[in-house]
Ligand binder design. Structure first.
Ligand SMILES: Nc1ncnc2c1ncn2[C@@H]1O[C@H](COP(=O)(O)OP(=O)(O)O)[C@@H](O)[C@H]1O
Ligand SMILES: [Mg+2]
Length: 361
């Protein structure tokens, strides 16, 4: 059983072997922990900077037993970890953080929006879609265009399609393979923001200043942070994040994606129960970055300061863009983070660059 605060020298398990796992592992190492990566794919970017790697499916009983023999605390870098895996780890005496509730909520877009609204974190109006008739009724109620998203497993804009008008209803349903879905009213937002926040084992909550996010082709292109916000909007963002964390009895870092509406009020788009791409600016822009913050939280350490030290523009390096590394490495104000992935496939996040400038007022 884990004893908190977890002592340096202990091993933390991370489920998932991509860039988020890699940056979590680097942060854990700095605090004196070893990391075990469990991932179905051998040789990922996370495993190569970690003390232990297990290449096995997440639900492999043998792998989970091995993990439990080495690590007393486990976390994950992606939200689609099966609930059964979390239960199996808990049965083996491993502390899993964040726990099964945040995972379940974040895995299903209908459950997520239902939870958010019940927690005082407002969202767009929505309808659960199980049949073509549901979709017709949904469009009647929410109007067109409206956004149809699969309930589960969407990311980077995948599994989403706009229902343009009544005539498009059947074709749109076909475009998402008639999967269980959510229909969302169109958010007429002026900006997309996100707040990265954390809750410790003692219930302490911190929130980084919000960043402003720009997407291209459904993928995060860049984040500018800290975003300039009115005091009322800033307070709203922090209140929303704190409500979500507290209601979920959360331990660790969470990403809360927000729409800023014309009148300044905020709607929650979605939550990610993990460190988040839009928080990468904290690596070079804050006293304690989101990765160290997550490790501190799950290890039962005190949370660190979220004070910004610089204005940061974080730009993702997607696919072949990473080939610009020699030029980026020569830019004085650019901090380069490369994920150690082999092949620069189209749409694949290969690294990011943080460009720093002095903090605005
Ligand atoms: N209801 C909505 N109205 C308008 N735009 C939306 C809506 N929902 C999502 N989007 C746009 O699509 C992007 C991706 O949607 P999101 O729900 O965040 O899915 P993903 O899991 O792929 O990130 C958002 O960042 C936003 O730009
Ligand atoms: Mg999103």
């Amino acid at each position: 059983m884990a004893v908190f605060p977890l002592a340096p020298g202990s091993t933390i398990a991370i489920l998932g072997g991509g860039q988020l796992g890699r940056m979590l592992s680097l942060a854990a190492a700095r605090l004196g922990f070893d990391v075990l990566i469990l991932s179905p794919e051998a040789g990922g970017g996370a495993g190569r900077v970690s003390a232990h790697t297990l290449a096995a499916p997440y639900d492999d009983p043998e792998a989970l037993r091995t993990l439990a023999g080495i690590a007393s605390v486990a976390t994950f870098e992606f939200e689609n970890v099966p609930a059964a895996v979390v239960e199996a780890l808990q049965a083996l005496g491993v502390e899993v953080a964040p726990g099964p509730l945040p995972l379940a909520v974040a895995q299903d877009r209908v459950d997520e929006k239902t939870f958010l609204n019940a927690s005082g974190a407002p969202t767009v109006a929505f309808a659960a879609i199980d049949t073509l008739a549901d979709l017709r009724n949904g469009i009647d109620r929410l109007g067109a265009p409206a956004l149809l998203k699969t309930r589960r497993e969407g990311y980077d804009g995948k599994g989403q399609t706009w229902v343009e008008n009544h005539a498009d209803i059947e074709a749109a349903y076909d475009r998402i393979g008639r999967a269980p879905a959510i229909l969302e009213a169109r958010a007429d937002f002026v900006r997309e923001l996100s707040v990265i926040a954390a809750r410790g084992r003692d219930g302490d909550v911190v929130a980084y200043p919000a960043g402003e996010n720009h997407h291209e082709a459904g993928i995060l292109r860049r984040t500018r942070a800290p975003a300039v916000l009115s005091p009322a909007t800033r307070e709203q963002a922090e209140t929303i994040a704190a409500r979500i964390l507290t209601r979920l009895d959360y331990v660790g870092v969470i990403g809360v994606e927000l729409f800023e509406m014309k009148d300044g009020h905020l709607l929650v788009n979605e939550i990610a129960p993990r460190v988040h791409n839009s928080g990468h600016w904290t690596l070079d822009g804050c006293e304690v970055d989101q990765f160290e913050q997550h490790i501190r939280a799950i290890a039962g350490w005190p949370l660190g300061p979220v004070t910004p030290l610089a204005q940061v523009e974080m730009e993702n390096l997607i696919g072949a863009e990473v080939e610009a590394w020699p030029k980026l490495a020569a830019e004085a104000e650019a901090r380069l983070w490369l994920y150690g992935k082999g092949e620069a496939r189209e749409g694949r996040k290969m690294g990011h660059v943080n460009r720093l400038s002095p903090l605005k007022g």
